[in-house]
Design a protein around this ligand. Sequence first.
Ligand SMILES: [Zn+2]
Length: 328
Amino acid sequence: MRLRKTIRHLGGRIIRFGMNLIDSSAVVLLYHRVTELNDDHQLLAVRPSNFYQQIEYLKKNYNVLPIEEFCHILKRKRKFPRGSIIITFDDGYSDNYTTAMPMLESLKVQALFYITTSLLETRQEFWWDQLERIIFSNNKIPNNLNIVLDQKKYSFSQLSANTSKEIYSQLHYLIKMSKTECRKKIFEQLRKWAESNFEARETHRPMSRSEVKKLSQSQSAVIGAHTHSHTPLSLLTYHEQFDDIQKSKIILEEIIGKEVKYFSYPYGTKKDYNSISLRVVKDLGFDMAVINYYWPVHSWTDIFQIPRIIIRDWEFEQFKNQIARFLT
Ligand SMILES: [Zn+2]
């Protein structure tokens, strides 16, 4: 197993090295949150001091491109200037506005913020944060949990510190693979079971409409769409995908008063979208779209499937190594 992993890792390095000899590469970084959390089971947060250090380092040592320039180069299939990078954020957490934006502004660097629109002004958290809160931070929850969905019963018992991680990942999968109506039914049952108050915690809330507007007015921010409901597009028909993506585009354009030209597929792995999604994104007139796949960008990369490197709250040395791996 380890040998196979090593061979794959080496193979990837050789292929990347070869490709980078032919054509200089660029990388697209993927962040979610800039904040400090006590618990971060999904590893979405980068501490503010780390984030500042990372961006400051990129600014000094690499070529952090404005979003439109990156798109312009890729659209025309031109070679990227050596060491090209762009910074992106997914989902639309409030800390993107309160913490990341001022840091980007002070360093004069631009980032692209992809926003899911269904939670703007609902005072609710993203479903994965609600789930995390129910499973990990509520001491009073009863032991047995039964979820009934379309006459099928899912039972979870002996909820303790040892099993809660497993239950979280099972429920995470069940909810992720559900459409909006089904997801609502699951949360109604979870809410009842945990007797939980679902008003968003200040530490976990999505941006409000006015924050999105103010963010869009910054020289350091460009706004992109990330669907309305944050459902894996591969679960949906052409029309459902079209409606979900178009709705987020229209809402965002109405808030910011500018055209929204960039799109990010929810979850973004190759299982989470399909050829229909590519068609919808083109039919809606987007200029480029990003996925969640560890790989550099070259002049021949499909502009509607741009790979990204997800950034965790790494130690600085690890961060530097990760960037260097993809940019030679
Ligand atoms: Zn997302």
